[in-house]
Design a protein around this ligand. Structure first.
Ligand code: NAG
Ligand code: NAG
Ligand code: NAG
Ligand code: NAG
Length: 164
């Protein structure tokens, strides 16, 4: 039996090498990987960040809590329509009733989307940046950043606690 298979394989190889180009089964067209979905994240956590971007685990949250009681535990809706092959698309977020378009960040390791400015309403509340990130398993994080009344920090509201 084994000998038979070997012989077959040998003849197969002979035939293949004897041809200019071996016929191959047509490759099915790849399905374009698209992320098309609606997601929500609850901003259950507040972190304090220095102006240089460093998170400050020990910093007081008092002024941020007092300034943004309406952000803590608010739910952000995000509609993602993104072609992962092309890196083209957007994540449209709704924060406190305002639409904010988030653009691909083109970072490695996860799909990231970030606002390029916010509208008048959010600006008037001193909210300045929205970030949405998604892993390949579709787990996701939303971050809303606002100026702290302290003047030297940002109030970072997010659905998950994280430290850098
Ligand atoms: C996302 O929500 C929008 C608005 O409700 C809806 O039109 C769209 O079909 C939804 N997309 C998916 C993939 O569920
Ligand atoms: C920012 O200012 C506040 C109030 O003056 C102070 O408590 C805090 O340590 C300062 N934070 C940074 C990162 O310098
Ligand atoms: C996504 O990008 C791929 C690669 O360029 C393309 O073939 C495909 O048509 C795109 N899909 C959509 C829905 O735009
Ligand atoms: C979301 O946050 C969790 C917890 O901090 C972290 O482990 C994960 O890597 C984050 N995912 C993305 C896509 O940012």
């Amino acid at each position: 039996m084994a000998k038979h298979i070997l012989s077959f394989a040998f003849h197969f190889l002979l035939c293949q090498t004897g041809r200019a180009s071996a016929p191959v089964a047509p490759t099915p067209a790849p399905v374009a990987p698209i992320i098309d979905g609606n997601y929500t994240d609850k901003l259950a956590h507040l972190m304090i960040q220095a102006l240089n971007g460093k998170l400050l685990p020990g910093a007081s949250k008092t002024v941020c809590k007092a300034a943004y009681p309406f952000l803590l535990d608010t739910i952000v809706a995000i509609r993602v329509n993104y072609n992962t092959t092309m890196g083209i698309g957007t994540a449209d977020s709704v924060v406190l009733g305002s639409d904010v378009v988030l653009h691909p960040m083109r970072v490695a390791n996860f799909y990231g989307f970030m606002s390029n400015g916010v509208g008048e309403h959010l600006k008037s509340l001193n909210i300045f940046r929205i970030i949405f990130s998604m892993n390949s398993d579709k787990s996701h994080n939303t971050t809303v950043m606002a100026l702290s009344p302290s003047g030297n920090e940002s109030c970072v509201f997010a659905n998950s606690q994280r430290w850098n």
